[in-house]
Design a protein around this ligand. Structure first.
Ligand SMILES: [Zn+2]
Length: 452
């Protein structure tokens, strides 16, 4: 098996990736937090369809199961000292039947030059794009310069353990990935008010997610003889205090770099502010807070009270009241530091703070160096109109688990997405342009060819 000379990228992509994507979107691989609710037959059907569509991949690559329905493949390269891990997930979030989908969510129909359906953007275009690129290269007799691992988890949307299992397998085999690439950023059109160029946003870290429950206890009793300062009143006061004592804004390094990168493309009024982002960090952070909730999330750890509980009956005083605070922790803060913030903000030692789940923000991958440059260079080659920039991801991905074995973990999917498309993820009318999907397949192919 010979290698192609570097830089040649033929249009051939193997068996038609578009019909493969349609076939796989049509299989409703919905994952649920409760394992027993997951329909195993659906995932088995997905695996069978995948094997049908990508026979060379299934013939040549070594296959591992991770978790229950997770898959991992190893494509042996000419060398294995700098392995690449490409990630995408099989599962999708459920469909709200009352949402006004223009086309059936599992119909995978093509309308107006786009494939419509749940999972087209999140994350089956990436999954099929990776497989199609590998299949096409195998058809050409190509051997990658390095070992390539494909990690296709099946419980990403429910924070399941597939990626953690994969990390165990990689550890057992002594694999230290050089580069991990998972979903996240995209070729984002209309990403920033006033910035007209599309941005190739590459996630270099992601916020941590934590829920802290505030619990107040008391005697309870009959509601006809109430005392003051009961559990519900103390929880209500704590909720109100938290609302007015949000965390301080702070612009992490990748966000500063993003603003510096965008400065030449920003409208005149903002350009100077962006260019001096490093020096003007506090000013910029405050400006973001004032812009609205989405911009504010860029500039600090967010927290909001989501669930409230008191007594189960109208005429019973609660002996226990609670409120859950959901936090998205910015790099620079930690679970411990935000718990301490809550403790100080509520000023009530009688309230207990229970940390229900604790995910720290992910370590920051470098925004320079050969791994980042490989991704950035491949974006520039395939999407010459896009400006590549690092950014902090707000949502959680399976990639966070890989940070324990790899310092260069990036979150990027090579598809053009409008604002409306990004908003359709986990919502309705999710769709991907056919041409945009095919361009993305080419991007993965080019990335694999560029390994050294
Ligand atoms: Zn996803």
């Amino acid at each position: 098996m010979g290698r192609e000379p570097a830089g040649t990228s033929r249009p051939h992509t193997g068996p038609d990736p578009v019909t493969a994507l349609q076939a796989l979107v049509a299989i409703p691989t919905v994952s649920w937090p409760d394992e027993s609710s997951i329909d195993a037959a659906v995932f088995e059907a997905f695996h069978a369809e995948l094997a049908d569509r990508f026979p060379l991949l299934h013939g040549h690559l070594e296959k591992h199961r991770v978790g229950i329905h997770g898959l991992m493949f190893r494509w042996a390269g000419a060398a294995s000292d700098r392995p690449l891990v490409l990630m995408a997930h099989q599962d999708v979030v459920p469909v709200d039947e009352s949402a006004p989908w223009q086309h059936p969510p599992f119909g995978a129909e093509i309308h107006d030059g786009a494939i419509w359906g749940r999972g087209t953007l999140d994350d089956k275009a990436a999954l099929v794009g990776i497989c199609a690129a590998v299949e096409g290269l195998l058809a050409d007799g190509f051997t990658p310069a390095q070992d390539v691992w494909l990690l296709l988890g099946a419980r990403e949307e429910v924070s399941g353990p597939d990626a953690q299992h994969a990390v165990e397998v990689l550890r057992e085999q002594g694999v230290r990935p050089w580069l991990v690439l998972d979903e996240g950023g995209a070729i984002a059109h209309e990403a920033f008010p006033g910035v007209v160029v599309p941005l190739g946003v590459v996630g270099v870290t992601e916020k941590g997610t934590t829920t802290v429950e505030m619990v107040a206890e008391g005697r309870g009793g009959h509601s006809s003889t109430p005392a003051t300062g009961g559990p519900t009143a103390r929880i209500a006061r704590a909720v109100a205090r938290l609302e007015t004592r949000q965390l301080q804004p702070r612009l992490p390094e990748p966000t500063v770099r993003m603003f510096e990168r965008l400065a030449p493309y920003a409208p005149a009024g903002q350009s100077a502010l962006f260019r001096h982002a490093r020096r003007l960090r506090p000013v910029l952070a405050r400006a973001l807070l004032a812009t609205g909730p989405e911009a504010a999330a860029l500039a600090r750890t967010t927290m909001t009270v989501t669930t409230l509980q008191g007594s189960p009956a109208h005429n019973v005083i609660a002996s226990r009241a609670s409120a859950a605070v959901n936090l998205r922790i910015m790099v620079g803060d930690s679970v411990a530091s935000v718990v301490e913030h809550i403790r100080r903000a509520i000023r009530d030692p009688s309230i207990r703070l229970d940390v229900l789940d604790a995910n720290e923000p992910s370590p920051v991958s470098p925004s320079d160096g050969p791994a980042y440059e490989l991704i950035a260079g491949t974006i520039e080659a395939v999407f010459p109109d896009a400006v590549v920039t690092p950014y902090v991801m707000m949502a959680a991905t399976d990639a966070r688990f890989l940070t324990s074995i790899c310092p260069q973990v990036y979150r990027f999917t090579p598809f053009r997405m409008t604002k409306a498309q990004r908003e359709s993820i986990h919502s309705y009318d999710e769709h991907i342009g056919v041409d945009d999907f095919v361009a993305g397949v080419g991007w993965y192919r080019r990335l694999l060819e560029a390994l050294t």
